[in-house]
Structures are given as C-alpha cells and as structure tokens.
Design a protein around this ligand. Sequence first.
Ligand code: NDP
Length: 276
Amino acid sequence: MRTIQLPSGAAIPVLGQGTWRMGETPKQRSSETDALKFGVELGMTLIDTAEMYGEGGAEEIVADVIAGQRSRIFLVSKVYPHNATRQGTIQACERSLKRLKTDYLDLYLLHWRGSVPLAETFEAFLELQQAGKIRDFGVSNFDQDDLEEAHRLDRHLTATDQVLYNLSRRGIEWNVLPWCRQHQIPVMAYSPIEQGRILKNRALVTISSQLKVTPAQVAIAWLLHQENVIVIPKSSRRDRIQENYAALEISLTETDLSALDKAFPRPRQPQPLQML
Ligand code: NDP
C-alpha cells in the first residue's frame, strides 16, 4: 500500500477503512468486525473511528479487529468538541484507549470545532503525545481560517485535516486542499462515495462502465489520484470492501479525468467548508 508522510515523518496508508454507523446495532457487530478484519487482511490497515460512532460501540468493534495485530494497524480516533477541554481531552482519549484495548493511537483528531479554545485542546494533545498515548494529532472539519489558527498555535505538529471530499463536494480545492499541500499536511477525505448517493449519477455510471469498473471504484480512484489525499471509505460488506480496495489498481487517464471534471465541476467560487 502506498503511504504519505505526516509532518512528523510517520507513514500513513493512502486507503483505509471508515467505521461511522458501526457498533450501533448489537446484531450487526460480528459482521462489522468480520468486514473490517477482511479489509485489514487485504491491506487496508488504516482504521478511522471516533468516540462518537455508536457512542463508543465502533471503537469496541475495532478492538476485536486489531487484537493480536496492533503493530500493523494505523489507528485513528477523534474527540468530541464538547469533551475537548484540557482535562476532558485526556479523559476522552483514555476512555477510547480502554474501549480499543490498546495503549496508543497513531492519530487523534478534534472531530470538529466547538467552543473550547483550540489552545486548550492542543495542550492536552501535547500532553497525551508526551505520555506516549498518541503518536500524532490533528483536526477534522477545519476550514482554512481554522487551519491558520491551528498553525499559529502549533506550527509543526498538526498532522492532518479530515474533511468531506468527493467528486460531488469539491469546494476544498479552492482553499483547504492548496493550503494543506503548501504546508505538507495530508488531507483525509471522508464520505468518499458521498455515502452511496453519487453512485447512481448517470455520468459516473457511463464513465465507470467504459472503464469496466464500478462507480464506487471510479469515485475512490479519483480521490486517490489527488496529491496529498488519504481516502477512508466505509463498508460492512466483504464484497464491497474488496471492490473498494481494488480501486487502488485503477489509473485514470487525462481523458477520464476531464470527463469527470465535466460531470462534477468544482464550484465556481470559494465556499464555506461543507460537512456531514
Ligand atoms: P462513505 O462515502 O464511505 O459511504 C459509506 C456508505 O456507502 C455505507 O452505507 C456503505 O454501505 C456504502 N458503500 C460502501 N462501499 C460501497 C460500494 N462499493 N458500493 C455501494 N455502496 C457502498 O461514507 P462515510 O460517511 O461512512 O465516510 C467514510 C468514513 O469517513 C466514515 O465511516 C468515518 O470513519 C469517516 N467520516 C468522518 C467524518 C468527520 O466528521 N470527520 C464525517 C463522516 C465520515 P455498507 O456498509 O452496507 O456497504
């Protein structure tokens, strides 16, 4: 699996697995665990979770997935903004570690901006890092002005910005993406297939059938083609995980890229960051 370097020098895989909506229904737990394990076996060793997902339920599932193979996993979790005070962040991280049955996170993110001053959250992140409980930290759903504020506080350490980015949500190409490239901060693209909503788009269906691949694969391959971008599709089904993984093999030509540009033009002007 190709990797990108975080500012710390750590390598992060370009394609991983999301876990939103997992851990919500006890009946589905074993199939969700099985699906994530299958993805790891294929090579999708980056797992993105959060204390929010299933109110801790997703982290408990991830614990079963990573058991016995922690060292090959790149584990990401996130703190709720309302927990992101100095003490609250540390306690939230410790609760996450307990649910995940591990003693460190590879990456810990502030899930979105709340009312707690960023400096306080970053102090807690630094303390967690010094204690060896997190290796890197970063942010999520930060627009350019928030990123600039984070950068003023912490010039070298903000590892990533995890944001909504897919063919139908290209607003970040105006500001967040160039800013992150300039500062060598990878962007993590969430909802890469727009939670399934773009898969029926006519142009996408036509382009993918010409390429003899699926619409989801084209959507993921398009993101993988973007410089400095990490992609984290979520699926609880083995067949779809296999399909999403195979997007790594697709190289889009200039002709394919212009057809996609035409079907999914970027907005005409900068717009505020969108989030789900
Ligand atoms: P995705 O764009 O990854 O889409 C997931 C949905 O698409 C699921 O319903 C899944 O169903 C379905 N699906 C997956 N693969 C395929 C396929 N090949 N063909 C058809 N349907 C498919 O959306 P998410 O919002 O889940 O985003 C991915 C991850 O990003 C999240 O799980 C989470 O980890 C992270 N995220 C972070 C946010 C943040 O604020 N930081 C916000 C949103 C997401 P099924 O499982 O049944 O296959």
